[in-house]
Design a protein around this ligand. Structure first.
Ligand code: FES
Length: 293
């Protein structure tokens, strides 16, 4: 009885949260349509309120951290996605190191792909080290190598300033076997567990295409040399994301406007919440997908 009451309360809270997040999105969209002066005023008001909240939360977090038991409790409470999302919004907590490393590598992947290369994450070695490997043409073009290496390092240091060691490993012995393969930087374990899905040519550029794999509805989007794959199920009410609008790397659900980053599934309307995103491998004109969580 108590358990089912708790579940119901959680479901209610989830619904309320979704409604609130939807309302925030609507208001932001409406504000974006305001004439310049009014919009600037709105943005100043929003910024001032956010600053006020940030300062209060900062004092709260600092106060709790001073006492060991309170600090431990704080770490537990921060596991709540909403609490984590709000604290992250104000820069008071960070995503786990591996998540930030993956995000950094994903952000430079398009640049590397333009040069026919890419970067693989080999290992994250907490608390302050990471091993990576540049692949493809990145390794065979000395002139651009240095620039690309700097780009990767700069992205990693921006996302994970605590990194003390960024170790670039030599060529992967299996690289010769990969040929023209491109591996998504999101792949947690390149090379294993991929399931053939379709021909690359079945994915028109800049178009959302639905597929089904292992009883799961997926949505694919091809952008240049990259293919993104995510669950075809909006985190708001669970409706399909097919038919969503895509602009500037952001997918907007056609139902109520929830927005997601194409490259990693981050929900822009619910901070800290992420649409399940899957590793993609391209080989010999075929698209293979490795389902994530
Ligand atoms: S925004 Fe409501 S279902 Fe997607």
């Amino acid at each position: 009885m108590a358990v089912s009451a708790t579940r119901e309360a959680m479901a209610d809270a989830g619904e309320q949260l979704a409604v609130l997040a939807g309302r925030v999105s609507e208001l932001q969209a409406a504000a974006a349509q305001l004439p310049g002066e009014q919009r600037a005023l709105f943005e100043q008001l929003q910024h001032a309120i956010e600053q006020l909240h940030r300062e209060a939360l900062l004092r709260l977090v600092r106060g709790l951290r001073e006492e060991a038991a309170a600090a431990a409790r704080l770490r537990e409470v921060v596991r709540d996605p909403l609490v984590f999302g709000v604290l992250r919004l104000h820069g008071l907590v960070r995503d786990p190191l591996e998540q930030r490393v993956r995000a950094a590598l994903a952000s430079v992947q398009p640049m590397l792909a333009q040069h026919g290369g890419g970067v693989e994450l080999v290992a994250v070695l907490p608390p302050d080290a990471v091993e990576i490997r540049l692949i493809g043409a990145c390794r065979s073009c000395p002139a651009s190598m240095q620039t690309l290496r700097h780009g990767v390092e700069a992205a990693l240091r921006e996302q994970a300033p605590e990194l003390m060691r960024i170790v670039e490993l030599g060529a992967d012995p299996a690289a010769a076997d990969r040929g023209a393969q491109a591996v998504s930087p999101f792949s947690p374990a390149p090379g294993g567990g991929f399931v053939d899905l379709c021909a690359l040519e079945e994915l028109p550029a800049d178009t959302l295409v639905g597929h089904r794999l292992g009883g799961r509805e997926l949505l694919l989007y091809r952008r240049g040399d990259l293919v993104h794959c995510m669950d075809n199920r909006c985190l708001h009410l669970g409706l399909p994301l097919s038919g969503a609008a895509v602009e500037d790397g952001v997918l907007t659900c056609r139902h109520h406007g929830f927005r997601y980053r194409l490259d990693n599934g981050d929900c822009l309307d619910l901070p800290g919440v992420r649409l399940p995103h899957h590793a993609v491998r391209l080989r010999a004109g075929r698209v293979a997908v490795k389902l994530g969580a």
